[in-house]
Design a protein. Structure first.
Length: 173
C-alpha cells in the first residue's frame, strides 16, 4: 500500500500569522517616581526638590524610555515636571509624563502602527490570523488598534491559531 504524504493544509493556506509579541518590539521602560523627590513623598519644597533632582544618576536610564509619574497624591506644581524633564533632556534621556503601563501601551501602539506601514505590501488582500495565547505582554488596546490598521488592507482577519480561528473581519473582493 502506497502511503500518501501528509499535507499541512495550514501551511499551504497562504494565511499570514501575526504574533504581536514577536512582530512588534517590546518597549524598554524605566520608571522615575516624582514622590521620591518630595519630602516624605508628599511635600514639594523647592530647595529639597533641587537637591534630590541633582542626585539623580541619569546613566541608570540610558537606552530606555522613562515613565515619569507621581505615585502619591501630592500636589505637584507644573514647573517641577518641567525641571525634571529638562534635566532628563540635558542627559539625553527620552522622558515621558505617564504611568509606566500607559507609556508601555502608547509606545507599543506607535511601534505597531510603524510595523503595519512597513509591511503594507505583504498585508494587502492577505488572509491574516492574529495569534492568541501569549504571555500577556501585549496591551489589550493593541488588538483594537490592529483591527483599525488592518481593516482597509486585508482580505480577512481572524484571531487564534491558523488551525482554529475566530473570524473577526471579512472584506469583499
Amino acid at each position: 500500500m502506497d502511503s500518501l504524504p501528509i499535507k499541512n493544509k495550514v501551511a499551504e493556506s497562504g494565511i499570514l500569522t501575526i504574533d504581536l509579541e514577536q512582530w512588534v518590539p517590546m518597549p524598554q521602560i524605566k520608571e522615575l517616581d516624582m514622590a521620591e523627590l518630595l519630602e516624605h513623598g508628599l511635600l514639594l519644597r523647592e530647595s529639597y526638590f533641587k537637591e534630590q533632582l541633582a542626585k539623580i544618576d541619569w546613566k541608570n536610564y540610558e537606552g530606555s524610555q522613562v515613565a515619569m509619574y507621581c505615585s502619591t497624591e501630592a500636589i505637584v506644581p507644573q514647573w517641577s515636571w518641567m525641571w525634571l524633564v529638562r534635566d532628563a533632556h540635558v542627559a539625553g534621556i527620552s522622558a515621558h509624563m505617564a504611568h509606566p503601563k500607559e507609556l508601555y501601551t502608547r509606545l507599543f501602539l506607535e511601534a505597531l502602527s510603524t510595523k503595519v506601514a512597513q509591511e503594507d505590501a505583504q498585508l494587502q488582500k492577505a488572509r491574516v490570523v492574529v495569534k492568541g495565547c501569549g504571555s500577556g505582554k501585549v496591551p489589550t488596546e493593541a488588538y483594537a488598534a490592529l483591527v483599525n490598521l488592518l481593516a482597509p488592507k486585508v482580505k480577512s482577519l481572524m484571531y487564534g491559531e491558523p488551525c482554529s480561528t475566530v473570524p473577526v473581519l471579512k472584506n469583499k473582493a
